[in-house]
Write a protein that binds this ligand. Sequence first.
Ligand SMILES: *Cc1c(COP(=O)(O)O)cnc(C)c1O
Length: 368
Amino acid sequence: MSDSTSSSPQELSPRIRAALSRLPAYVPGKPASAPEGLTAYKLSSNENPYAPLPSVLEAVREAAGSVNRYPDMAVTELTNALAETLGVPAECIATGTGSVGVLGQIIQSTCDVDDEVVFAWRSFEAYPIVTTIAGAVPVTVPLDAEHRHDLDAMAEAITDRTRVILVCTPNNPTGTVVHDAELRAFLARVPGDILVVIDEAYLEFVTDPDAPDALAIWREFPNVMVLRTFSKAYGLAGLRVGYAVAHPEIAAALRKTAVPFGVNSLAQVAAVRSLEAVDELEERVAELVKERGRIADGLRDQGWELSDSQANFVWFDLGEQSSEFSAECEQVGLMVRQYGRDGVRVTVGEPEANERVLEVAQRWRDTH
Ligand SMILES: *Cc1c(COP(=O)(O)O)cnc(C)c1O
């Protein structure tokens, strides 16, 4: 009561932590809308354009009959399926409500107030949000001229407050990967008490032979963990399930900080069934990779200078013109993701959507 002598109890309002007022808002992808007569395409959230596999849908339908029950809190079946698929001990798997959920668990498990989390920028928008919510401090290191992680600068950004370093490869939104040799050289410079998270949300789309084998690196480095998701290549964004591969003590900490029963029963069966259907899913991924190549080749032929995207999206480095380009896309029914005055990210979608991306991009070249 001491510092509120002039207010009556009813005039006070509940106190919200100051950290929350420093939060950048997460901008969800715009829903699709189009002028009359034109199909709209949502290319703003890096979603998989394919509907769920019939076998996955069937499993979800069946599981829906039991949603009066809590899910398996230990996520046993999915954990075991992942352990077997990846060839890692089950104690090294931790699941969460999307890999963003797991990311929140990582920061909560490692950071006290004013501890630092280092990551590249631009990178995934959720990074500054989960960091700030935990009361920790985001330390951003600009991407280099090719829109790639500047790992030397990231190593130099380490202080004695650094607890976590996030390496996003392929990087959202620029699509670039770090290479195996540079990642290893970087890790050799990182003190062992700092957790390095390799975020591989787009791993399945990678074709660059120099990209790291993150699981091999995880096996070698006790301070490395890997973050993956069923939201992108596996097409389960709406069910919210992701996972970490981490050394046992870290995985145990992630389980402690998980929302109890967070990974729901529909998500669990869908993820298990998807692992069983990996061949069918890989065919779809291969199609999307082919479409990415078609878009990138087409754009380069038009004269665009593109970063080397290894994910299911392309990055238009448009600077000040980003909002104008994004508006032109919307006018033809393409919902894209504009990043302020940095650029525009466009997800690889259905072939007709991709065709329209090429048309808009050509028109832009012709008129600018
Ligand atoms: C989409 C994405 C994720 C995954 O998000 P979910 O919470 O699993 O849907 C994680 N990291 C990056 C970089 C992403 O772009």
